[in-house]
Design a protein around this ligand. Structure first.
Ligand SMILES: Nc1ncnc2c1ncn2[C@@H]1O[C@H](COP(=O)(O)OP(=O)(O)OP(=O)(O)O)[C@@H](O)[C@H]1O
Length: 303
């Protein structure tokens, strides 16, 4: 039962603040670290892994500081985002080397167990260069797991995987979490985090924007203000009707194109069809405006 804890932790690079005053605890089970690119996810994981020192605040693993504490390396495994695996080695050789680096008493037995956990035994004697992306990723997980750590940190483990490989990796993470490990993985895709149905920590521009059950995060995102482009038989008249609605914060009519900013998505969605019908206006299209992930996430910071 090893918890990872950040207390008022910040990390800056020169004048770039990558992580800004973050306090969070990650306990046993599966937790997703969600945020757009550049939000600071990698920096958080590297702080937790003891690869970076916090510029301010503290980062602990099992109550002990992560930085400058070699004991920590014995209790955690890190699967980095960049995929630097030597293709000329077999999975067996790669994982065995990791076991030897950890100076384990029986490296071969540890390598066998780790390769078994990730279900790579049947391909373990082939060169890594012949593997699929998913197999390479599982090999890297095995190398990070070889010393049986209580904490496993994975940076964007699903990147570039096809749906089948993704599913396989999700099952693997679930299984490891059920065994009582503390598993934290980063992602910029809400659906990915949702499917794993763990706790979610959302980080935006270096700050912790939201945290909790994924349903809570989903609700926050759904209830955020939405922008729609609406097509109807009489856009001008519909605009005048909509502007009187409390759930609508702005209406623009540009060259006949009607855009509506709904401050309360649920109320607006329920009212729109009724209002149009009552005014004798036929709705022909409702299109959500293209909103960047960054915009959706930054809404969370403001709530
Ligand atoms: N070594 C570094 N020197 C200077 N700036 C850095 C360094 N590493 C990261 N940064 C900056 O810190 C911020 C956070 O980066 P980080 O890699 O932690 O984000 P991320 O959420 O993991 O993004 P991505 O998913 O794109 O890797 C970014 O603005 C990034 O440019």
């Amino acid at each position: 039962m090893t918890a990872v804890e950040l207390t008022e932790a910040s990390r800056w690079y020169g004048n770039v603040v990558a992580v800004n005053d973050v306090t969070l605890t990650v306990g046993p089970g599966l937790t997703g670290l969600l945020g757009p690119n550049g939000a600071g996810k990698t920096t958080v994981l590297h702080l937790m892994a003891g690869l970076l020192s916090p510029s301010q605040g503290t980062v602990t693993i099992g109550g002990k500081p992560a930085w400058r504490n070699p004991d920590v390396y014995r209790t955690l495994g890190l699967v980095t985002e960049r995929e630097s695996v030597p293709g000329f080695l077999t999975a067996w050789e790669f994982v065995l080397a990791s076991a030897k680096l950890h100076k384990l008493p029986d490296p071969a037995a540890a390598a066998r167990t780790a390769l078994g956990i990730v279900e790579m035994e049947s391909a373990q004697d082939r060169a890594i260069s012949t593997y699929s992306k998913g197999m390479r990723q599982r090999t890297r997980v095995a190398a990070a797991l070889v010393h049986d750590p209580g904490v496993l940190l994975l940076d964007e483990p699903f990147n570039g995987m096809d749906p089948r490989q993704r599913l396989h990796m999700m099952e693997l993470l679930h299984r490891m979490a059920e065994e009582g490990r503390t598993i934290l993985f980063s992602s910029h895709i809400l659906e990915e985090v949702e499917q794993l149905s763990g706790t979610v920590q959302v980080i935006v521009a270096g700050r912790l924007a939201a945290s909790g059950d994924y349903r809570h995060i989903r609700r926050l995102m759904t209830n955020r203000p939405h922008v729609f482009t609406i097509e109807s038989s009489d856009n001008r008249r519909l605009a005048t009707v909509l502007i009187g609605q409390e759930s609508v914060s702005a209406v623009t009519l540009t060259d006949g194109t009607l855009q509506v900013h709904a401050s309360d998505y649920g109320t607006f969605a329920r009212a729109l069809a009724k209002l149009a019908k009552a005014s004798g206006i036929r709705l022909t299209g409702i299109l959500p405006a293209d909103e960047s992930l960054e915009k959706v996430f930054s809404y969370l910071v403001a709530t």
